[in-house]
Design a protein around this ligand. Sequence first.
Ligand code: G3H
Ligand code: 13P
Ligand code: ZN
Length: 315
Amino acid sequence: MIVTTKRLFEHAYGKYAIGAYNINNAEQIMGMFKGNLESKAPFIIQISKGARAYTDKRLLEGMIRAADEIFPEAIFAVHIDHGDEETCMDAIDSGFYSSVMIDASDENFEKNIEITKRVVDAAHAKDIVVEAELGQLAGIEEDINVLEATAHLTDPKQAKEFIEKTGCDSLAAAIGTSHGAYKFAGAQNLRFDIIEEIQKLVPNFPLVMHGSSSVPQEEVKRINDAGGELKGAKGVDENDFSKAAKLGVTKVNIDTDGRLVWCRVHREMFKDKPEVFDLRPAGKIFMEEYAKYIANKNKKLGSAGMLEEVRKLVK
Ligand code: G3H
Ligand code: 13P
Ligand code: ZN
C-alpha cells in the first residue's frame, strides 16, 4: 500500500527512523520488499533523477506497482530523491508519487525558498508531501560536485525561517555526512547539535539525514579481496541512527550500502566461478543478500517490527 511519508513520520517521530532506500532495477525492488516484510518495517522507496533515466521512469514505476500487488502487506511511500523543479513537477503530475524532494540547496537562500515554495504549492494541491534541503552535503550528487571544503552545514535559525516560508513537510539538514563511500578522511564528526537546535526551534518537525550509508568494513574487505579497489572507504556509525531518531530524524537515506552489496555479490560470483556467464545466478544471490541487508538496517533504524502499528494508523 502506497502512503504518504507524512503518515509514516507521524508514527515514527522521536522514536525511530524510516529507511529510505534508492532503487534502480527489478532485483533491488524484489530484495527491498522481501527485506522490509521479513523485518516487518514500513519503508520509503526513493528514485533519483539518474535512476529515472537509467532505463525508463515508467519501467521503475510499473515495477513498483507490480511489487505492490505481489506484496500486498507492504506499507511504503514512493519518493523522488534530490529532484530538481522539473522532475518534481513531472512526478507530481504523474499522480504516482506520494512524496517528492526538491533539492535547490545549491541556490542561495532566497532562491531556494522561491523554488521550494513553488513545488510545495503544486504538491500540496494534490496531497503530496515535500522534503526540501538547506545546507549542503559534501561529496558527489548526480551532477553537482560539492567539494568537502565548500560544503556548508545547516544553520538552525535559517532552517526555521526556511520551513515557515516554504511550508515544506520535512527538511534535509546537512550535519556533516556526505554521499558515497568516502565520507570521512579521519574520525566521524557528525553535528548532532545542529539537529538538536533545529528540533528546539521547530518542535515536532520531521528531519531527514542524507548520506547515511555505514560502508561496512567487512563488505569493503570482501569487495577488495575479490578484486575491488575501495581504499579508505568509510561511513556513518549505524549506532548513531537511534540518537538521530530521538532528535526528530524520521527518514534516513541509504543508497551506497546497497550498491556495495551488489558489488560484493557480483565480484565474488565471477571470481569464484569464472565459468559462469548467466545473469540469474548472481541476481538470485543478490536479491537474497539485499533482503538480509535491508532487514538488518531496519533493526538499526528501529523501524523493524513497526509495520502492524503503522497499518492500524493508515487503514
Ligand atoms: O544522493 C544520491 C543518491 O545516492 C542517488 O544516486 O543520483 O547516482 O542515483 P544517483
Ligand atoms: P549514501 O550515499 O550515504 O547511501 O546516501 C544516500 C542518499 O543520501 C540518497 O539521497
Ligand atoms: Zn541524498
